[in-house]
Ligand binder design. Structure first.
Ligand code: NAI
Ligand code: MG
Length: 360
């Protein structure tokens, strides 16, 4: 299979974790006889330094022409004084907006070897944990009309608007139904339909759409209850679909119950499954340049790319199994190190995953 991949290492630990991921991509390419045309480009702080803008036109063009995008992380203290459109994060927001990446997939899985890192009671995660939060990313309250007023007495008030068009709801819930059909055929829709009109439209629309997926069991829950249930018994869920703000909060909550920020990937997709794949962590300036960062979240982001954008399940499974095996064998980077495990550098961890794949 021939694929074009835009590679954006970014700032801080971004280039370090990307380097290990590219080694794994090269191995997959050779082993399965694919042809990956990887084009490296700048975005974020490094692009500000080199070209005076967080997202140079040629980077956006490369992303537009690619079949998928891999991104490390952007930002850092060096650029914290910048404002608005000059900031490094603007690169991500612009790519998402320009390429129409409206579906944010945030898996929260707990590797068997990492059970100790989970802050929940052991009895709750006896069978592990494997959830997928599907968050609407380009609509809702983050993009509705907003305004601040000052009254005659000089007091301020402000509003934001939670706005959803039924087509926006339809396209995100379709993606969630498709994902659910490849997993446990169970979908939870989270809203606040007892209070919010936009949530009532959300619920109505997903119920209509469910008729096209008769083999999927659809349930509904209010956001406040869902936040509670996620802590009380996370394994009652499999795929969760929700709007932008509820998804922002729930996906962070879900990732924290797995215990490590350095282990979780994410995807942002359009309707054709083209997407941008990145770890959920940031550029970690506190450990950048020290060969200490955990490359596994970035490596697992590449696995998500194979599965979602390229439909290469075998390749994705191979990466995921290798990561699981490496963790089972007790190899750890500093962020997930505990007694009786073996501490590795970023490079050594990349090598360990590669060696494990070579033996599979
Ligand atoms: P962060 O995720 O970069 O770091 C939080 C903590 O987790 C730090 O102690 C860091 O050392 C640790 N950590 C994160 N990833 C790790 C990894 N792979 N291995 C080992 N330890 C890891 O979040 P923070 O500190 O809030 O943000 C730092 C910079 O990153 C900021 O400039 C922020 O704007 C940017 N950022 C970028 C994101 C992106 O590019 N998507 C997302 C989040 C933050
Ligand atoms: Mg968040």
């Amino acid at each position: 299979m021939k694929k074009k991949i835009a590679v954006i290492p970014g700032d801080g630990i971004g280039p370090e974790v990307m380097k290990q991921t590219l080694r794994i991509l090269c191995f997959i390419e050779e082993k399965f006889h694919h042809e990956f045309e990887m084009e490296e480009c700048f975005a974020g702080g490094v692009a500000i330094d080199k070209e005076g803008t967080p997202l140079p036109d040629h980077t956006l063009k490369t992303c537009e022409n690619a079949d998928a995008i891999l991104l490390g992380a952007v930002g850092g203290p060096k650029w914290d004084h910048l404002e608005g459109t000059d900031r490094p994060e603007r690169a991500l927001l612009t790519i998402r907006k320009e390429l129409g990446f409206f579906a944010n997939l945030r898996p929260a899985m707990l590797f068997p070897a990492m059970k100790d890192a989970c802050p929940l009671k052991p009895s709750l995660i006896e069978k592990g944990l494997d959830l997928m939060v599907v968050r609407e990313l380009t609509g809702g309250i983050y993009f509705g009309e907003q305004k601040t007023f000052t009254d005659k007495a000089g007091k301020k008030s402000a509003y934001d608007t939670m706005f959803y068009h039924e087509d926006e709801i339809r396209r995100i819930v379709r993606i969630a139904f498709e994902i659910a059909s490849k997993r446990k055929r169970k979908l939870l829709s989270v809203d606040k339909a007892n209070v919010l009109e936009s949530s009532r439209l959300w619920r109505k629309t997903i119920i209509q759409e469910a008729k096209n997926y008769p083999d999927i069991c659809l349930e509904h829950m209010y956001i406040d209850n869902a936040a509670m249930q996620l802590i009380r018994d996370p394994n009652q869920f499999d795929v969760i679909v929700t709007g932008n703000m509820f998804g922002d909060i729930l996906s962070d909550e879900a990732s924290m119950i797995t215990g490590s920020i350095g282990l979780l990937p994410s995807a942002s997709l359009d309707a054709d499954q083209k997407g941008m794949y990145e770890p959920i962590h940031g550029s970690a300036p506190d450990i950048a340049g020290q060969n200490k960062a955990n490359p596994l979240a970035m490596i697992l982001s590449a696995a998500m790319m194979f599965k979602n954008s390229f439909d290469l399940t075998r390749e994705a499974d191979m990466i995921e199994s290798a990561v699981e095996k490496v963790l089972d064998e007790g190899y750890r980077t500093a962020d997930i190190y505990s007694e009786n495990t073996v501490m590795l550098t970023t490079e050594e961890m990349g090598q360990q995953v590669l060696d494990t794949m070579k033996k599979m």
